[in-house]
Design a protein around this ligand. Structure first.
Ligand SMILES: CSC[C@@H](O)[C@@H](O)C(=O)COP(=O)(O)O
Length: 367
């Protein structure tokens, strides 16, 4: 997607130095466009843990380059195993991270160690290129859904109101995004979409990143406090919810940013369709019951007790919003059971959130 008219991906190899990979530091967006260079696996692990890169597909893609960096130092079998394990552990909930590393290891292990570094870079490049294509397909299938909804609009309805939570845009993937891809395509094709952007406490990915992305692309949007969604739905102001996801179980349960479950409950109570956009790399075929089985990342409490933003002088600043002694818990994701999900938008088309529909759409992936 474009920033000030220049097309970018969220991760890219340096044109001159093949051992250098660039990312945007997402902890600085939207105020500062800081491009970071990553050269070793420790920098990659740090970038993932601190959320300089974030979003399920993007952390998988960047981790793949991390493995290539690690192999430059030690391409032996034990080296491969150890570096893969270190990278997989950087964040626990998004399955795309494990998917990307397992794909890399399966590709590299049969090769002689001296062949592994080049092959690792090529495979990481392929993961990135495929992510762009997959998200573009998700966008096309989601666009058809949005068109259908628009055709059924109420008399006098002027815009299609879509609510989204967190950031599942191009900056969370290599390009296009998942939940936002259909929205970009709808906007580009002249459909009058308007997006309610949940701020997404505590890290405010909606307020910081989704608002920035949509604004840069000219998509009409309005930021709302996380708790406003139910009210908007009760008043007929939301036609559809679309969110991304970090892991979908084989029966269609959906892990996504904390607060997603509450939106799904409100959507069901108000007959608002609740759709989830995902690449097939987000499906964890080994897991059935999302609430019981998906590990939920617990992040530091100071993400809740403090906010960061710009002061009136335009300086980035961090402020405590609680009493000094307050302890905060910070579960970063929740699970929306499949029964609350209207459907899944994937690169192969839309399907119901249940085991039969998922395995019918992906017979080659479901064991
Ligand atoms: C296409 S991104 C889908 C999800 O990864 C996204 O909705 C999300 O929850 C991101 O969480 P984050 O903690 O910001 O990495």
């Amino acid at each position: 997607m474009k920033i000030n008219g220049t097309p970018y991906r969220s991760v890219w190899r340096d044109a001159q130095d093949p051992n250098l990979v660039h990312i945007f530091d997402q902890t600085k967006l939207p105020w500062t466009l800081d491009i970071l260079g990553l050269r070793d696996e420790a920098q990659v692990a740090h970038a993932i843990r601190t959320m300089q890169v974030r979003g399920a597909p993007l952390i998988g893609a960047v981790a793949a380059y991390g493995l290539a960096f690690a192999l430059r130092k030690d391409a032996s079998d034990p080296g491969l195993t150890e570096s893969a394990a270190m990278l997989v552990e950087t964040r626990p909930t998004a399955i795309n991270l494990r998917w990307a590393i397992e794909r890399m290891v399966a590709h590299l292990r049969p090769l002689a160690p001296e062949m592994r570094v080049e092959a690792a870079y090529r495979e990481a490049d392929a993961i990135c290129d495929e992510d762009v294509q997959v998200n573009e397909s998700i966008g096309r299938h989601g666009l058809a859904l949005l068109r259908e909804l628009w055709e059924k609009r109420r008399p006098g309805q002027e815009r299609l109101n879509i609510l989204t939570h967190c950031n599942a845009g191009w900056i969370a993937t290599v390009d296009w995004g998942t939940a936002l891809a259909p929205i970009y395509m709808a906007h580009d094709s002249g459909l009058p979409v308007h997006v309610w952007v949940d701020e997404t406490r505590p890290r405010n990915q909606g307020a910081l990143l989704t608002a920035w992305e949509l604004g840069a692309h000219g998509v009409p949007h309005t930021l709302v406090a996380d708790n406003a969604g139910g009210h908007l739905m009760q008043h007929g102001d939301v036609d559809l919810v679309i969110v991304g996801t970090d892991r979908v179980t084989r029966q269609g349960d959906v892990a996504n940013k904390i607060g997603t479950y509450l939106k799904a409950l409100a959507a069901q109570d108000n007959d608002v369709p609740f759709w989830v956009a995902l690449p097939s790399s987000t499906i964890d075929w080994r897991v059935t019951d999302g609430v019981q089985e998906i590990p939920i990342e617990e992040r530091a409490g100071d993400e809740v007790t403090h906010v960061h933003g710009l002061d009136d002088q335009g300086q980035a600043t961090r402020l405590r919003v609680t009493p000094h002694a307050t302890q905060a818990a910070n579960p970063a994701f929740d699970v929306t059971p499949a029964r609350l999900v209207s459907g899944l938008i994937t690169e192969r088309g839309c399907c119901a959130a249940n085991a039969g529909s998922l395995s019918a759409l992906f017979p080659d992936l479901a064991d």
